[in-house]
Write a protein that binds this ligand. Structure first.
Ligand SMILES: C[S@@+](CC[C@H](N)C(=O)[O-])C[C@H]1O[C@@H](n2cnc3c(N)ncnc32)[C@H](O)[C@@H]1O
Length: 269
């Protein structure tokens, strides 16, 4: 894990992850087919926000989910106790670069979501994940490309804050635009049949409901890093307040536009 984690591990952030996963589920799971998969390895599961969705929409699946943080896994354990009792879920605390407690060649699918941006060496995570997969198994990942965020009319504070957010994440060895590298990283980790699909959210006056919902969701995402950014003198209270004000104004203003892209990747072990 990078030496610090930009979002932190507090209850508010854990709730935000659950909300975010439910909010984006239509997009994240669109076109993902797991009919032939029996035992899925989920890497970087956090509080189990995606885990619950995976177990619900693919009722035949058995899932082993890995995270480095016991704080996150404790929440997952409470939330998902029903699936653990049913024998469908196994939670494992481990660094994803060295998942020694899992046998090699023992999973027939892997799933990673909003995760690799937080690790200093994503290729070593991908290589380790590949080792755990039976050759020929499929991996799915969804990763961010933060620089693609575009808001119109122009928002000075929002963009200033976003620069500090991403620049800080970069300095703690995260990778806030990793989606753009997934084709390279999967290839260099030994995967084959690597497919990348740039997915886009674009909301204007034709989609006022989605536009407002996405502005609100992004405001929460931005704000989730406020404490860390303030602690490291990246932002002050004025910038935080003005950033939030711009989000609120744009979310309700006719004529405003919100655009962002992210990367869905698929590959074969
Ligand atoms: C943004 S959360 C994403 C969680 C989940 N995939 C979701 O979509 O809700 C990123 C997670 O990666 C975990 N993490 C960071 N570095 C890790 C590492 N080296 N090995 C395993 N997990 C790690 C963090 O503890 C955190 O829970």
């Amino acid at each position: 894990m990078s030496s610090e984690y930009i979002h932190g591990y507090n209850k508010e952030e854990q709730d935000r992850l659950i909300h975010q996963a439910e909010f984006l589920k239509t997009y994240v799971y669109e076109k993902i087919q797991m009919a032939g998969i029996h035992h899925l390895l989920e890497v970087g599961c956090g509080v189990g926000a995606q885990t619950k969705i995976l177990l619900d929409i693919f009722p035949h699946l058995k899932v082993t989910s890995v995270d480095i943080s016991s704080t996150q896994l404790d929440v997952a354990k409470k939330r998902l106790s029903k699936y653990i009792e049913e024998g469908r879920l196994n939670l494992v605390q481990s660094d994803a670069t060295q998942m020694d407690s899992l046998s090699d060649n023992s999973f027939d699918g892997a799933f990673l979501c909003w995760f690799l941006e937080h690790v200093p060496d994503p290729i070593s995570v991908l290589k380790e994940t590949r080792k755990k997969l039976i050759p020929g198994s499929r991996l799915w990942s969804s990763e961010v490309m933060n620089w693609t965020l575009f808001v119109d009319p122009y928002c000075q504070h929002l963009l200033k804050y976003w620069f500090e957010f991403n620049d800080y994440q970069w300095t703690i060895k995260g990778h806030p635009f990793i989606g753009a590298q997934m084709g390279n990283y999967l290839t260099h980790s030994g995967f084959s049949n690597v497919k990348t699909d740039v997915r886009t959210w674009f909301w204007d006056d034709r989609f006022p409901v989605q536009r407002k919902e996405f502005f609100d969701e992004f405001k929460d995402l931005f704000y989730s890093a406020a404490k860390e950014l303030k602690k490291h003198n990246r932002v002050d209270q004025d910038l935080i307040d003005n950033m939030k004000k711009e989000f609120d104004e744009r979310s309700l203003t006719s004529g405003s536009v919100l655009y962002m892209s992210w990367m869905r990747s698929e590959a074969e072990a």
